[in-house]
Ligand binder design. Structure first.
Ligand SMILES: [Zn+2]
Length: 322
């Protein structure tokens, strides 16, 4: 049966439904199911659901991004299922952000102002979800098509890989042994660290590995700013921060999710993650004149010694190391 109208109650975990036999999903389709049915009636429709879902685009998972963990009422259902929730990592919570308010506003700044309401960031956990409420798949598609920034956040949130983003002056990174070390962003020439456990970085290696529990990690100095030459006059202009956030996250997504190296490789038609991120930014409403380039970084900590940095960021460092 073709699905012409799918109305998803976003608060519910769709695939939990079939396992637990509880009503976690409301599907309104042309075959007349109208919701507000009792449990027994819904159980009767269970097979229909299953078939229905199998017929749908596998990208359907993208439209569900509410993190079930954030809802107290979900837990009993999960434990009742006695089964790891299928596809749960496609449905959300695959992007976490750091504690700073800049970390949160950076992620929101990727979407158009009117679309920022779709991005939810849990205050305590930093988990990012994209919630389209009961919108139809067609309507969601239209919004994503017109907002590459929101589309990127949606990609990160719905990926099978786990991403971490923070705006910070000091952040933790892993090494091959799984040891996490604090890095000072002000000491990085670009004030940016882009770490992945998959596609290679600009040095053809994975010099920085994401911290434990993540496959990709991007950190951008929160106190620094970036400048680029004006297209016409050549004078230095302060670069939009959101453009850097877009580029670095898009590049990390290409590496981490798609296995692309920073530079081109055979598996992606010779185009590397950096190039692909720039290409993607060309579709973005807030694109930079010079995507992906941080010509100059200025930050108050650039001149501080390591000793002073350790003193200044002691609390954050202790948190990273604990
Ligand atoms: Zn790049």
């Amino acid at each position: 049966m073709p699905c012409n109208y799918l109305n998803i109650n976003i608060n519910y975990h769709p695939f939990g439904t079939e396992m637990s036999g509880r009503r976690l999903l409301s599907v309104k389709a042309k075959y007349g199911y109208q919701g507000s049915l009792k449990d027994n009636e819904i159980s009767g429709e269970g097979n229909d659901y299953t078939t229905h879902f199998r017929a749908l685009d596998t990208r359907l998972g993208k439209w569900f991004s509410m993190d079930p963990v954030n809802h107290a009422w979900v837990s009993p259902y999960i434990s009742m299922g006695g089964n790891p929730i299928m596809f749960s990592d496609k449905i959300g919570d695959d992007l976490d952000v750091g504690k700073s308010k800049e970390s949160k506003s950076d992620i929101k700044s990727l979407a158009k102002t009117e679309n920022q309401k779709f991005i939810n960031i849990d205050e305590t956990t930093g988990k990012v979800t994209v919630d389209f409420g009961t919108m139809t798949k067609d309507d969601i598609n239209k919004i994503l098509k017109k907002d590459e920034g929101l589309n990127l956040v949606n990609d990160l949130v719905t990926s099978n890989k786990k991403f971490y983003y923070s705006a910070a002056e000091v952040e933790g990174f892993g090494n091959e042994l799984g040891t996490v070390t604090p890095k000072f962003l002000g000491k990085d020439p670009n004030g940016i660290i882009n770490a992945s456990d998959n596609g290679k970085d600009s040095n053809g290696s994975n010099a920085f590995l994401p911290k434990k529990g993540y496959n990709g990690q991007v950190v951008i100095s929160n106190e620094g700013h970036f400048e680029e030459p004006d297209k016409n006059t050549g004078s230095m202009l302060i670069k939009r921060r959101s453009s850097l956030v877009f580029h670095e996250l898009a590049e990390n997504y290409e590496r981490t999710n798609n296995g692309a190296d920073y530079n081109g490789n055979k598996t992606n038609g010779g185009f590397g993650a950096h190039y692909k991120a720039n290409q993607r930014e060309s579709n973005w409403w807030n694109k930079s004149n010079n995507p992906g380039v941080a010509n100059y970084i200025s930050g108050p900590d650039k001149t501080l010694s390591y000793k002073d940095l350790y003193i200044k960021y002691q609390t954050q460092i202790e948190e990273i190391l604990k």
